[in-house]
Structure formats: structure tokens, C-alpha cells
Design a protein around this ligand. Structure first.
Ligand SMILES: C=CC1=C(C)c2cc3[nH]c(cc4nc(cc5[nH]c(cc1n2)c(C)c5CCC(=O)O)C(CCC(=O)O)=C4C)c(C)c3C=C
Ligand SMILES: [Fe+2]
Ligand SMILES: [Fe+2]
Length: 320
């Protein structure tokens, strides 16, 4: 029986224009897993206020990071999938949860090619109901409508996998070898409403574990690093500490140089390139900081490729 790997990432607007961003935000923020408010309350607000008001400003942010081949999230995800296909010697398909390269087309195409054993790897190292669970829901929704279903293995998370910890720690080590160490390393993860954590989402705990394991692998002391959360959305309380607040405070505490790494992002995207590498640098320097560096995501590096191979092969063994 033929095997294949399906990598799934979040998805991104088709173009850095208000129109394309509006369409993307409607689909993404219209997902109940992302915003679990009553539809009758949320959809009019999303369609009537949030998407129209937010789109022009977010499109401008995308324009600042757009690459010749497209949105960084799509470009790096595609390159990673292509390299994995070459190295692993089996079909690897990339799909997106929202927007172009939809999951349904990808799954149907693999089945048409005779694939009967499918390893699904959402490109989210830490599980959350807003990301991983939404991919699972969509996958099973697609399979539920098919006459024949493949065996499938679903990688719910890899937050403490030694190959993941080593890939991230190794890339930080490489960076420091070339450019020297900072006074403090910030490990910044995408935020989530605090309420999700209270309701049992394991995301926060997994971020804490990943951060601790990465710091341990680097041999860092407690004062050398800090876990923070970025990309807050809306007025509710999100996971703390907020990255922006820490960056404002650190210079007052005598910390002049920081490096920021985002281990929860498999590839660079709007939230790392525009927010962390762009806006937050200005915030730190304005607050009196001296040197601010962003350490890139794993992207299509050999380290990321090795990690993906390990994850793909482990799952295949179980299915064999
Ligand atoms: C309720 C809102 C949001 C939740 C919850 C959320 C969780 C979440 N998101 C990621 C990863 C990414 N998010 C990205 C962009 C993005 N996220 C939100 C909102 C929520 N995210 C919005 C509205 C946007 C779009 C930009 C904006 O309008 O500010 C991206 C980048 C996409 C890209 O095209 O580059 C990623 C990646 C995780 C991991 C997560 C929960 C853990
Ligand atoms: Fe997000
Ligand atoms: Fe953002």
C-alpha cells in the first residue's frame, strides 16, 4: 500500500491586498476553533467591523514582508515540503488549513494516486485547539465524506521531541557561534486567550516545557532566558507575560541586548518577520535597549528537514 506525508500549515492571504486579506481573515477568524463565540454574535462583528477595518492595515504589514515567490509562510512551507519529498523518497504534499492549497484537494489527490497510509503532520510543535484541533476537525470532515478512507496517523504535537528540541537549540547555537551571545534570550510563542488554558487547552504547558528543554539543551541559567507570548488579538486577557511589555521593561532592568527566537513557528511568517523582527525591535530600542536580534525560524534548513524526516518515519513505523 502506498504511503504519503501530508504537511499542514495555517495558510496565508493569496496576495498582500486588503481584498485578499479580508477573505483570509473571514475564513480564519470564522473558524469556531479559533474564536468560539456564538455565531450570531461573532459573524456580524467579524464581517461588518473586524475584517473590513483590519484588512488594509494588515495588508500593509504583509506588503512589507512579501517575497518574490509569495507570502513567507507559503514560500518556506513549500520549500520544506519539496526538500522532504526529495529526501524521504515518498510523496509529500503541503496543504493549508485556510486559503489556497486547501486540504480537501490535497487529500483527494493523494487517494487518487493510490495512497492508503497517510501521515499527517500539522506544522505546529505545540498542540492547541485553535490550530492542531482545527486541522484534525477538517481532516476528519473531509474523510467522513469519502467512500474509502486511508489509515492515518496524526501528529498532535512534537513539543518535547528530542529531534525538535535539538533542531531549535542547534539553530540558536549556530547563530551564537557566528554572532556572539546576548544578555538575554527571549523564547516567544504565539499567544492564546487565557481562558483556553483554564478550560484545559494544553498549549501553555507545552510552551513551558519546550522553552525549558531548549534552555537546558543550550546550558542556560535561569537569568539567561525568558518565555514570552506575542501576537495578542482582541481585548481579552491572553497568556502572559506579553512579549511587548517585557521588551519595554528589560532596558530599565539593565538588559541592553536581547535575542528573540520563536520556537512555536515552524516557518517565518507575518508574526515573526513583521511583529518580532520589525515592530518589536523598535519597541526595545525606543525603551533604551542597545542591540536586538531575531533568530530565524527553522524554515527549510537542513535541521528542519532532519526533524521532519524523523517525525515522518516514526509515524510510518507505527503504520507499517
Ligand atoms: C483569536 C485569534 C487568534 C488565535 C487564537 C490565534 C492562535 C494562533 N495563531 C498561530 C499562528 C499564526 N497566526 C498567524 C496570524 C494571525 N493570527 C491571528 C489570530 C489568532 N491566532 C490573526 C488575526 C492573524 C493574521 C494577521 C493579523 O490579522 O494580525 C500566523 C501568520 C500567518 C501568515 O500569513 O503569515 C501564524 C503562523 C498559532 C500557533 C496560534 C495558537 C497557538
Ligand atoms: Fe495567530
Ligand atoms: Fe499579529
Amino acid at each position: 500500500m502506498s504511503r504519503a506525508v501530508l504537511l499542514v500549515n495555517l495558510g496565508t492571504p493569496a496576495a498582500p491586498t486588503p481584498r485578499a486579506v479580508r477573505r483570509y481573515l473571514r475564513e480564519f477568524l470564522g473558524d469556531r476553533r479559533v474564536v468560539p463565540l456564538p455565531r450570531a454574535l461573532w459573524l456580524p462583528l467579524l464581517y461588518g467591523v473586524i475584517a473590513p477595518l483590519r484588512s488594509p492595515q494588515v495588508a500593509k504589514a504583509y506588503r512589507g514582508i512579501w517575497m518574490a515567490e509569495g507570502s513567507p509562510l507559503a514560500v518556506y512551507s513549500r520549500r520544506l515540503a519539496e526538500s522532504l519529498a526529495r529526501e524521504a523518497g515518498l510523496p509529500v504534499v503541503l496543504a493549508m488549513r485556510y486559503g489556497e492549497s486547501d486540504m480537501e484537494t490535497a487529500v483527494k489527490e493523494l487517494l487518487r494516486q493510490g495512497v492508503r497510509k497517510l501521515t499527517v503532520i500539522p506544522l505546529y510543535p505545540q498542540y492547541s485547539q485553535t490550530t492542531t484541533a482545527s486541522v484534525f476537525d477538517r481532516l476528519t470532515e473531509i474523510l467522513a465524506r469519502l467512500p474509502v478512507q486511508p489509515d492515518f496517523c496524526f501528529r498532535s504535537d512534537y513539543h518535547d521531541h528530542p529531534a525538535y528540541i535539538e533542531a531549535v537549540a542547534g539553530s540558536i547555537r549556530d547563530f551564537w557561534k557566528r554572532q556572539g551571545r546576548p544578555e538575554k534570550l527571549l523564547l516567544s510563542f504565539h499567544g492564546l486567550p487565557e481562558k483556553s488554558r483554564r478550560q484545559g487547552d494544553p498549549y501553555y504547558d507545552q510552551c513551558v516545557t519546550s522553552a525549558r528543554l531548549i534552555a537546558e539543551a543550550l546550558g542556560l541559567g535561569t537569568d539567561d532566558w525568558m518565555l514570552v507570548f506575542q501576537s495578542r488579538f482582541g481585548p481579552a486577557r491572553w497568556l502572559e507575560p506579553y512579549c511587548v511589555e517585557i521588551l519595554q521593561r528589560l532596558p530599565q532592568q539593565g538588559v541592553r541586548s536581547v535575542d528573540v527566537v520563536c520556537p512555536g513557528f515552524a516557518v517565518d511568517c507575518l508574526e515573526t518577520l513583521e511583529e518580532i523582527a520589525g515592530t518589536n525591535r523598535e519597541i526595545f530600542l525606543q525603551a533604551g535597549g542597545g542591540r536586538y536580534r531575531y533568530i530565524p525560524a527553522l524554515n527549510d534548513s537542513p535541521r528542519h528537514l532532519a526533524l521532519m524526516r524523523t517525525l515522518a518515519e516514526e509515524r510510518h513505523e507505527r503504520l507499517a
